[in-house]
Design a protein around this ligand. Structure first.
Ligand code: PMP
Length: 461
């Protein structure tokens, strides 16, 4: 058996296959073991502190020590630690959270279905829309359109909706009910002389041509993150969502807004559908819903879809979909408390202000010879590295500079994330101004370590 250099408090760590990890590389260096968390910081086994610049996986809105979430979980564990929702069973926290989500989310969304993760939620959305279309007599309307660089999870259907090649490689994905259209990234894919609006027109036209080529009677839904997260924090160009929605409506294609990262304040408003004026038929939420203290996702959808599914459930005998832990009482109790805290403390406004400071701090790198774009909105941002600023060329080996910067950041006590040639920032929404400055200082140190002052790439890259 391979010998890892690390152990966790004397325990053997060889038995764990880590998600989204190069297992062979992991065998050599072992894990960074995080022992505890406090506010926006986590601490490793040696006591070294790190600012969690990505809020875990874009998710720990309230930081790593919110007692009220712990208390909510504890109270619910004592009262009713588990009950399912199958076969007309119910429990209070799932009902209350569903009601709360309907009250908060944009108009036109009237029903909620819970799952445990964003991937399960998107997988379930595919099944719900298939079931709905079968129930209303449109059995041929089954295809989904996603986008290159879109991220919607990793289960078989959700992984197919995802448009990132790394998530398909080796897994025989995507399945062929999915088509992918272009990434709405103006800086990277806008053509010479093309305005942002013209770029949006071109992409809307591509979407329309794709729907027509497939036959609109076969296309069920378009799925997109209002602002792309895991693909590298890609802010949609002006006019994009208006034009895309118009195309979808014209051809009877449902709109699924995946706000698993965007939701609950990331883009400066409670939901990115408000930021970009999107009226989805289905809204997918997770992550900040519980600050990831509990696994939970919510599918919030229109009454029209509900009515079709309800009819189908009667015609087929039942809506035979759900998980043992769908709408788990502890998860939904924590979700309700988390959402209440975000509202009570007006963290959406706070995060928007902190985002401005963060993005202002990062914008000084716009002139850096190896930085192509500094981008973001609200409290989510990215810096994309290039090997040649004039041509915007990336690196021969994708992620060369971004990986070096993320590794150096970690040495300087800042956890960030690589997305191709970009480095992503998405700190907890409770971050203070002082902590944003601390984050920026740690990032400056990492940049200095990786790129020498003369502007040449140092040997570490
Ligand atoms: N959708 C989006 C937009 C996401 O960012 C993610 C996770 N990063 C998912 C879906 C999948 O969620 P999970 O990891 O909980 O399955």
């Amino acid at each position: 058996m391979t010998h890892l250099p690390n152990s966790v408090h004397g325990r053997d760590i060889r038995y764990l296959l880590h998600p989204v990890t190069n297992a062979r590389a992991h065998e050599k260096h072992g894990p960074l073991v995080i022992a505890r968390g406090e506010g926006v910081r986590v601490f490793d086994e040696t006591g070294k502190d790190y600012i969690e610049g990505l809020a875990g996986l874009w998710s720990v809105a309230l930081g790593f020590s919110e007692e009220r979430l712990v208390d909510a979980a504890h109270r619910q564990m004592q009262r009713l630690p588990y009950m399912h929702l199958f076969a007309s069973k119910g429990h209070e926290p799932s009902v209350l959270l569903a009601e709360k989500l309907i009250e908060m989310t944009p108009e036109g969304l009237d029903r909620v279905h819970f799952t445990n993760s964003g991937s399960e939620a998107n997988d379930t959305v595919v099944k719900m829309i298939w079931f709905y279309n079968n129930a209303i007599g449109r059995p041929e309307k089954k295809k989904f359109i996603g986008r290159v660089k879109g991220y919607h999870g990793i289960t078989v259907a959700a992984g197919s909706l995802t448009g990132i090649p790394a998530n398909h490689k080796g897994f025989d994905l995507p399945l062929d009910f999915v088509r992918h259209v272009s990434t709405p990234h103006y800086w990277r894919f806008g053509q010479d002389g093309e305005t942002e609006d013209q770029f949006s027109d071109r992409l809307a036209d591509e979407l329309e041509q794709t729907i027509l080529a497939e036959g609109s009677e076969t296309v069920a839904a378009f799925i997109g993150e209002p602002l792309m997260g895991a693909g590298g924090v890609i802010v949609p160009p002006t006019g994009y969502w208006d034009k895309v929605q118009a195309v979808c409506r014209k051809h009877g294609v449902l709109i699924v807004a995946d706000e698993v990262i965007n939701g609950f304040g990331r883009t400066g408003k409670m939901f990115a559908c408000e930021t970009y004026d999107i009226r989805p038929d289905v809204l997918v939420l997770s992550k900040q819903l519980t600050s990831s203290y509990q696994p939970l996702a919510a599918i919030v959808f229109s009454d029209a879809i509900y009515q079709g599914i309800a009819d189908g459930s009667e015609a087929f005998g039942t809506f035979a979909h759900g998980y043992t832990t769908s709408g788990h009482p502890v998860a939904t109790a924590v979700g309700l408390e988390c959402v209440s805290i975000i509202e009570e403390r007006d963290l959406v406004t706070h995060a928007a202000k902190m985002g401005e400071i963060l993005r202002a701090g990062l914008s000084k790198y716009s002139d850096h010879p190896f930085v192509g774009e500094v981008r973001g909105t609200g409290l989510i941002a990215a810096i994309e590295f290039v090997s040649d600023k004039a041509t915007k060329a990336g690196f021969d080996s994708v992620g060369l500079a971004s990986s070096a910067v993320v590794a150096a950041s970690q040495r300087h006590g800042l956890i960030l994330r690589v997305a191709g040639d970009a480095v992503c920032f998405c700190p907890p929404m409770i971050i203070t101004e002082h902590e944003v400055q601390d984050l920026l200082h740690r990032f400056d140190q990492a940049m200095e370590e990786v790129f020498c002052a003369a502007g040449r790439i140092a040997s570490t890259v």
